[in-house]
Unconditional design. Structure first.
Length: 156
């Protein structure tokens, strides 16, 4: 009996315990791969615009809301405070976003998109549409709709 235990020690148990996990069937892994593929397609379609994915998302959300505080904008664009701080700083430096005191509370800074930012955003949105179409090309219209519904459900 001890000989059998020696042959099926911790290594065998560890392998058996993890035998049910397959990376290629992992939703997280596949989502990361799909995200990387989309980002690559977006960068190709948006070549020359000099926008990263987070910068694009920030401009989209700011355009939609009209104005927002940095913290609120970060929540809208699904970014942590450190990330949105750097993204916003770079957009301000490029003249795509402006910051001003909130007329209702001078201690609060609000962000708005500039006209230059709006012009760039329209071009970037066209690139986003092309990248999204390329990513979703293998799917039927019904599959596309289902995928978006499912992604929204697990993203919340």
């Amino acid at each position: 009996m001890n000989e059998l235990l020696d042959q099926t020690g911790p290594e065998t148990t560890s392998r058996e315990a993890h035998a049910g996990y397959r990376l290629d069937a992992s939703a997280g892994h596949l989502l990361r791969q799909a995200h990387q593929r989309y980002q690559s397609m977006f960068q190709e379609c948006a070549a020359g615009l000099g926008l990263t994915g987070p910068q694009f998302a920030t401009l989209v959300r700011l355009s939609e809301t009209g104005r927002a505080t940095q913290n609120h904008l970060g929540r809208l664009a699904a970014m942590d405070s450190a990330t949105v701080q750097g993204v916003v700083r770079r957009l301000i430096d490029r003249g795509l976003v402006r910051t001003a005191a909130d007329p209702m509370d001078r201690r609060t800074r609000v962000l708005t998109i500039t006209e230059e930012g709006q012009v760039l955003l329209r071009t970037a949105q066209d690139a986003g549409i092309r990248a999204n179409e390329a990513l979703m090309a293998p799917l039927s219209p019904e599959e596309r709709a289902s995928l978006i519904i499912l992604l929204k459900r697990i993203s919340r």
